[in-house]
Design a protein around this ligand. Structure first.
Ligand SMILES: Cc1cc2nc3c(=O)[nH]c(=O)nc-3n(C[C@H](O)[C@H](O)[C@H](O)COP(=O)(O)O)c2cc1C
Length: 142
């Protein structure tokens, strides 16, 4: 199982409806190509009108992940995509403390969306965020 993590700048003026469109497309398309993942969107709320940023983790069969990224990177709704990590999921997540389910980190998300005020900008930062988020979304231990 292969994964790719990248960051990019959202197009200035991106609307909530654009985000909804992106997620709707992803949730319809990704299951047909065996891809799961997580999309983070951040906007510094202290600065009105500041452009948002994306960080996205895409995982699945290598060909599917790379072909999808080739489409995504040309999407005019963002710019300056920069790959933070790509390779086998098992390698990329080493030491993260995340649970690997069927060789994936986000096996139940065709593409989840999380909005944050500040985005992680590195692989380890992303994995640290994902681990906290994963723990919060787990039912409390009895
Ligand atoms: C930040 C961002 C993330 C995206 N993530 C996905 C995704 O996970 N899956 C997907 O099918 N499209 C995603 N898209 C949309 C694709 O770029 C593209 O618009 C979509 O796949 C439709 O492609 P088509 O117009 O060639 O059919 C994303 C777009 C952006 C801007």
């Amino acid at each position: 199982m292969h994964a790719l993590l990248y960051r990019s700048r959202a197009r200035p003026g991106l609307l909530a409806s654009d985000l909804n469109d992106i997620i709707a497309t992803a949730q319809a398309h990704n299951p047909t190509i065996g891809v799961t993942g997580l999309l983070l969107y951040g906007e510094l709320s202290a600065i009105p009108g500041a452009p948002g940023e994306f960080v996205q983790w895409i995982e699945g069969p290598e060909d599917a992940v790379e072909a999808l990224y080739a489409r995504i990177e040309n999407d005019p709704r963002h710019s300056e995509p920069s790959v933070l990590a790509r390779g086998p999921v098992a390698e990329l997540q080493k030491g993260s403390g995340l649970r690997l389910v069927s060789d994936r980190l986000f096996s139940s998300w065709s593409m989840g969306l999380v909005r944050l005020s500040e985005l992680p900008a590195t692989r380890s930062g992303f994995l640290g965020f994902a681990r906290e988020w994963d723990e919060e979304s787990l039912p409390a231990a009895a």
